[in-house]
Design a protein around this ligand. Structure first.
Ligand code: SAM
Ligand code: SF4
Length: 325
């Protein structure tokens, strides 16, 4: 058993790092309009986040995803990426963003040699975008995607289908992969925070719609990125279509991740409130203790989530924006 093997034999080599609890959008399944921001002193500094990533690399973490809230609104986000990229053992640093500020930062992300960017985009309809996110920012996101393409940054578009809202737009989003090297991925809604109020549409339903429109598609085995997505290829498409089926295709047996919140808590599983706080050890300068706590979090990962079972067993009360997705 190596450091990064958990009690179920899974290799844990991926850490999602939320660097801010705030966001410039209010996606209605993710961040309530009346959310209370955390006091700034609660939030880890860039140096503290870097130190945790350094200790995580010692514990076997190889891939880091920068997330939020919206990571690109945090001052110093690019500098942080630079610092994390320089850590020995870290092989990949990627970013997930709503894309609103991507046009502004694409060049700097490319200069930092970011390994990939995921853009969250649930519709290509301007009015619907406003309805889902609370802001009229679709054109900014599309500009951001174009700018990132200009620098040939590997891109994925993440879509969360919502019944009666954007489920009818999914095939239009699929079309983004026709002529462009973009992977469009559909994420099943998870019952976390405001997400509980929405039905989780099965990705199987979506795959059937795709097959109805495009005929039999090639179900690809190639995995792009760090996670549990499965992909299919539509003949003649440049990009591919991915499915992250957290609810209807439970993939806990291959889970490879832990999560760091912006306040310095390590979460072994999205579903449960169980966490290990690193802040005290970190702020007292006990780096080795941070490393030991990270190992403990890896070993403590539960076997599986219970999203598909009795939802009263879900103990996580935070919103997804406070966790980082
Ligand atoms: N602001 C960035 C963004 O939107 O990509 C990063 C943070 S956001 C919490 C990360 C991802 O979580 C987004 O793709 C978002 O759509 C997804 N997400 C938020 N709430 C969710 C839920 N209840 N179920 C599934 N995905 C969710
Ligand atoms: Fe903000 Fe991302 Fe949540 Fe939307 S999904 S509210 S962009 S954190």
């Amino acid at each position: 058993m190596t450091d990064r093997t958990d009690q179920y034999g899974r290799t844990i080599d991926y850490m999602r790092v939320s660097i801010i609890d705030r966001c410039n959008l209010r996606c209605r399944y993710c961040m309530p309009t009346d959310i209370k921001w955390l006091p700034p002193k609660e939030i880890l500094t860039l140096e503290e986040i870097t130190e945790i990533c350094r200790q995580a690399a010692r514990a076997g973490i190889r891939k880091i995803k920068i997330t939020g809230g919206e990571p690109l609104i945090r001052k110093g986000c690019i500098e942080l990426i630079h610092m994390i990229k320089a850590i020995p053992g870290i092989e990949q640093v990627t970013l997930t963003t709503n894309g609103v500020l991507l046009a502004k930062y694409a060049r700097q992300l490319w200069e930092e040699d970011i390994n990939a960017v995921n853009v969250s985009l649930d519709t290509l309809d301007r009015e619907k975008y406003k309805e889902i996110t609370g802001f009229d920012a679709l054109s900014d996101v599309l500009d951001g995607i174009s700018e990132a393409e200009k620098y040939k940054i590997p891109l994925k578009i993440n879509v969360v289908p919502q019944r009666g809202v954007n489920d009818g737009d999914c095939l239009e989003l699929v079309e983004l992969a026709r002529h462009r090297a973009i992977h469009v991925r559909f994420i099943e809604m998870m019952p976390i925070g405001h997400g509980k109020q929405f039905e989780s549409i099965s990705n199987n339903e979506l795959l059937l719609n795709i097959q109805r429109r495009y005929g039999q598609v090639e179900e690809g085995k190639k995995i792009y990125g760090n996670g549990p997505a499965t992909y299919c290829h539509i003949p003649c498409f440049r990009g591919s279509i991915g499915f992250i089926s957290a609810i209807h295709g439970k993939f806990c047996s291959s889970c490879n991740r832990i999560r760091l919140t912006s306040t310095g808590e390590i979460k072994p599983c999205l579903c449960y409130d169980d966490h290990i706080s690193l802040k005290e050890a970190l702020r007292s300068g006990c780096k080795d203790e941070v490393y030991q706590l990270l190992l403990r979090a890896i070993r403590q990962k539960p076997a599986q989530h219970c999203f598909d079972e009795d939802q009263t067993m879900i103990t996580e009360k935070k919103e997804m924006a406070q966790i980082g997705g």
